[in-house]
Ligand binder design. Structure first.
Ligand code: GTP
Length: 359
């Protein structure tokens, strides 16, 4: 089966992390997020993925190329200006034949794609929409279903008194190619507010497929951090790393940890990191290659990209620090996403975000 992966968004809610890197390239356990998605698609029976890109597409294509080594053949469909979720798939239409899958490129889901395809085929659906259950559906698009999962209605971002279901659109679809006839070419069009409600109105077969496993849209700094932590703590498995051991301390080649330093797992460290005397690392924490922790520095529940330096007696808690960030000696950072001033001059370089439970 083929799949279109939507990787064209600017990721404004993830700024400043997405100034220089598009969302799919943000490191998750030290590998680009998209690499985990592609590995999972490959295992789910996808042999070709069309990447519908727009924002910083070269950052994606220069890393992944034609997909050799990923187990999934890659084709690129690049938009000059954003066409929206359905508009982007319409643009990629010539690469498609037969039923195909669509993935929002910022989702991490424990999905059995083969089972979803069997569900789609058994109901002879024109469109099948994966749904996930959330406590608070108000920020999302709700999907109301009836007999056998037939979709009755979509309710976009309901007010609390309008909530009739906690099942929301999970951003993963299986579609028959003919539904794209209803998407105008070259214009901005969304599945959620355009094509799907239109299909329901016409009485087409649209079904909701309930996901029971892990699902996270990593579109904010808090959720990006949470995804890394959940993977490290073994709450969900990645198609690349498998299930992690929540006590593991995994060190890359050439790391040096001073014997007086305290490292509590789960911790994943890239190559050539240095941890100085009496420094403390309290997992879950990820370190990119060549990070440095000074004496008595402390890092807790954080993700550090490549080449981050944390000065002596500095503290970093619940943060994401972009590549090359320098935390000065004694500074204390909590719940912040920070990138280096070299990434973009004159723009905010650091944002504080809500703690992950509120985010
Ligand atoms: P924010 O700017 O933070 O809202 O993020 P976003 O621009 O990525 O938007 P959103 O999270 O709503 O998008 C959901 C998914 O669809 C993401 O994977 C986006 O990359 C993708 N997406 C959204 N709009 C477009 C588009 O116009 N073209 C393409 N190709 N992908 C899109």
């Amino acid at each position: 089966m083929k799949a279109v992966v939507l990787v064209g968004g600017e990721g404004t809610r993830l700024r400043p992390l997405t100034y220089a890197l598009p969302k799919p390239m943000l490191p998750v356990l030290n590998r680009p997020f998209l690499e985990h998605t592609l590995a999972s698609l490959g295992k789910g029976g996808v042999d070709e993925a069309i990447l519908a890109a727009g924002y910083l597409p070269e950052a994606i294509s220069s890393y992944f190329g034609d997909g050799a080594g990923q187990g999934v053949r890659l084709t690129y469909s690049v938009e000059d200006s954003p066409l929206g979720t359905a508009g982007a798939v319409k643009k990629a239409e010539r690469h498609l034949d037969g039923a195909f899958a669509v993935f929002n490129g910022d989702l991490f889901a424990d999905l059995d794609l083969r089972d979803m395809l069997a569900f789609h085929e058994s109901r002879k659906a024109k469109a099948t929409i994966a749904m996930t259950w959330v406590d608070n559906p108000c920020p999302y698009g709700c999907v109301e279903t009836g007999v056998e999962g037939a979709v009755r209605r979509f309710i976009e971002k309901p007010r609390p008194e309008e909530v009739t279901t906690h099942w929301i659109n999970a951003g993963i679809y299986i579609l028959e190619p003919e539904v794209l006839e209803h998407v105008p070419p070259g214009t901005h069009h969304m599945f959620e507010t355009g094509l799907f409600p239109f299909l329901i109105e016409r009485g087409e077969t649209v079904f909701g497929y309930p996901l029971r496993g892990y699902w996270l849209d990593m579109g904010t700094p808090g959720k990006y951090l949470r995804l890394n932590c959940d993977l490290l703590q073994g709450r969900v498995k990645s198609a690349i790393n498998g299930i992690m051991d929540e006590h593991a301390v995994l060190l890359g080649e050439g790391c040096s940890i001073h014997p007086s330093a305290r490292v509590e797992g789960p911790v994943l460290m890239g190559r050539k990191c240095q941890v100085s005397r009496h420094a403390v690392i309290k997992g879950p924490a990820v370190f990119g290659a060549e990070c440095y922790l000074g004496e008595d520095a402390r890092v807790e529940r954080s993700v550090l990209w490549q080449g981050v330096k944390v000065g002596a007696e500095a503290g970093v808690k619940e943060c994401t620090l972009g590549g090359g960030v320098l935390v000065r000696s004694g500074d204390q950072l909590t719940s912040r996403a920070v990138v280096s001033s070299r990434v973009r001059k004159g723009q905010t370089r650091s944002v504080s975000f809500l703690s992950e439970s509120e985010d």
